[in-house]
Ligand binder design. Structure first.
Ligand code: FAD
Length: 367
C-alpha cells in the first residue's frame, strides 16, 4: 500500500514514524522545509492537562501522548533519528495572581488527592520563593506539576522524520496543489503538472489543511492562530521550571536563553513578528519576573497554530473520499499531542485500530 503524507510538521513526521515502524511505504510532501513552521518554533512544553479544565477525552488523549513522548525519548536516542531532541523533565508551575484563581486552583489540587502519578503540589509564597526568588511578590501561590516535560520541537520533528527515512520513507520537496480522487476514492496527490499515485493520502497540512481539503469537498474548521515568542538574554541564573500565568509563560531553554510568550492573534496567515506583540509579552513577563527589566531581546519569532473551534484536534479517516485521513488541529498543544496524532493517524491509514480512543476527534462533531 502506498501512503502519501502532505505536511512535514510534527503531525506528518510522527505519522511517517509510526507507519514505517510497521514497514509501510511512505512518501511525505513538504513545500518548504521540515519543521519550518509551528513545529520548529513552538516552545516545546509538554504539560499535562489540568484536571477538569478540558474535555475528558482530550485529557485521555493528552496523557497517552505524554507516555508516547517518554517512549520516544528512548527510541529516538537508541540508534535512530538525530539522537537528541533535548527531552527533559521540567516541572510546570502555574502562577496564581488573585483570590478567585487561587480558590479554583486549590479545588484542582484537591482533585488530585491520593493520586501521586502527576506529582501535583500547591505552593504558597514561601515555597515558591525557594523555586525562584525572583517571582513577583504580587503572586499569591502556584500549582506545581512535577510530571511535565520539555523538548526541542524542531529536533523532535526532525528526529521522527530521520527515523522514518532510515526505514525507507521518502520526502518530496513540492507543494501539493490537489488531492486526486477517482470513483469516490483517493488516487494520489498532485504537485503542479505531476501526479504521485497513492492508495492512502494523509492530510497533515497544519493550519493550511482547510484550504487543501476544500478541494475534495471536505470542510475542516481549522484556522491559523498566530503566536509570538521572545528569546531573551536575561541576567542571573536560569529559570529552572516552566512558569505559566494566564496564557503566558517563561522558561530557560537549552540555548541558555529565557523564552517568554505568547500571543493568540487571529490575523489569517500573516506570520510576521510585530512590535505590539513584543511590548505586550515583555510587559506581561516583567509583571511576573520584575528582574527581566534588564533582559535583552535576542530573537522574536512568530508562527501559526492549527486551531479548531473546540480546541481539540481532528483525527479522522471517515470524512471525504475513501483513503483520505485527516490529522490537524493540535492547537496550543500540537507538540505534546504530536505522537498520539501520529500513532492514531497511522492506524487509520492502514485500517488498524487506534491504541487510544479517538472517537471524539472526528470531523462529524462539527456537523
Ligand atoms: C508560539 C507557539 C508556541 C507553541 N508552543 C507549544 C508548546 O509549548 N507545546 C505544544 O505542545 N505545542 C505548542 N505549540 C503548538 C504547536 O507548535 C502546533 O500545534 C504544531 O506544531 C502543529 O503541527 P502540524 O504538523 O499540525 O502543523 P505545522 O507545523 O504547521 O506543519 C504543517 C506543514 O504542512 C506544510 N504544508 C501545508 N500545506 C502544504 C501543501 N499543500 N503541500 C505541501 N506541504 C504543505 C507546511 O509547509 C508545514 O510545514 C506552539 C505554537 C506556537 C505558534
Amino acid at each position: 500500500m502506498k501512503i502519501s503524507i502532505i505536511g512535514g510538521g510534527i503531525a506528518g513526521c510522527s505519522t511517517a514514524y509510526y507507519l514505517t515502524q510497521e514497514g509501510h511505504d511512505v512518501t511525505l510532501f513538504e513545500r518548504d522545509s521540515l519543521a519550518s513552521h509551528a513545529s520548529g518554533f513552538a516552545l516545546g512544553g509538554i504539560v499535562p492537562v489540568i484536571r477538569g479544565s478540558r474535555q475528558a477525552e482530550y485529557e485521555v488523549l493528552s496523557n497517552y501522548s505524554i507516555s508516547l513522548h517518554r517512549d520516544l525519548a528512548t527510541e529516538l536516542a537508541n540508534g535512530v533519528g538525530v539522537g537528541s531532541m533535548n527531552f527533559e523533565r521540567k516541572a510546570s508551575v502555574k502562577l496564581v495572581k488573585d483570590e478567585a484563581e487561587a480558590a479554583a486552583m486549590l479545588r484542582v489540587y484537591d482533585s488530585y488527592a491520593g493520586d501521586f502519578s502527576f506529582d501535583v503540589r500547591w505552593l504558597g509564597l514561601g515555597e515558591l520563593s525557594h523555586i525562584d526568588a525572583r517571582i513577583s511578590g504580587d503572586v499569591l501561590g502556584a500549582l506545581y506539576f512535577g510530571e511535565a516535560y520539555q523538548v526541542d520541537p524542531y529536533k523532535l520533528t526532525l528526529s521522527l522524520w530521520q527515523a522514518a527515512e532510515q526505514r525507507g520513507a521518502q520526502m518530496v520537496n513540492r507543494e501539493i496543489t490537489e488531492i486526486a480522487v477517482s470513483g469516490g476514492r483517493v488516487t494520489g496527490v498532485v504537485a503542479g503538472e505531476q501526479t504521485f499515485e497513492a492508495d492512502v493520502v494523509v492530510a497533515a497540512a497544519g493550519p493550511w489543511s482547510s484550504q487543501l481539503l476544500a478541494g475534495v469537498g471536505v470542510d475542516v474548521p481549522v484556522s491559523p492562530l498566530k503566536g509570538q515568542i521572545l528569546r531573551l538574554d536575561a541576567p542571573g541564573p536560569p529559570v529552572k521550571v516552566s512558569l505559566w500565568w494566564d496564557t503566558d509563560y517563561a522558561t530557560t531553554k537549552e540555548d541558555g536563553l529565557l523564552w517568554v510568550g505568547t500571543t493568540e492573534e487571529e490575523v489569517g496567515f500573516d506570520d510576521h513578528t510585530t512590535e505590539a506583540a513584543r511590548d505586550r509579552i515583555v510587559g506581561s513577563a516583567v509583571g511576573m519576573l520584575p528582574y527581566l527589566e534588564d533582559a535583552e531581546l535576542v530573537q522574536q519569532t512568530a508562527c501559526l497554530r492549527p486551531m479548531t473551534p473546540d480546541k481539540m484536534p481532528v483525527i479522522d479517516g471517515e470524512a471525504g473520499p475513501e483513503g483520505l485521513v485527516i490529522t490537524t488541529g493540535g492547537g496550543r498543544q500540537g507538540i505534546a499531542l504530536g505522537p498520539v496524532m501520529g500513532i492514531a493517524t497511522a492506524a487509520l491509514a492502514v485500517g488498524a485500530e487506534s491504541p487510544v480512543d479517538i472517537s471524539g476527534f472526528s470531523l462529524a462533531r462539527f456537523s
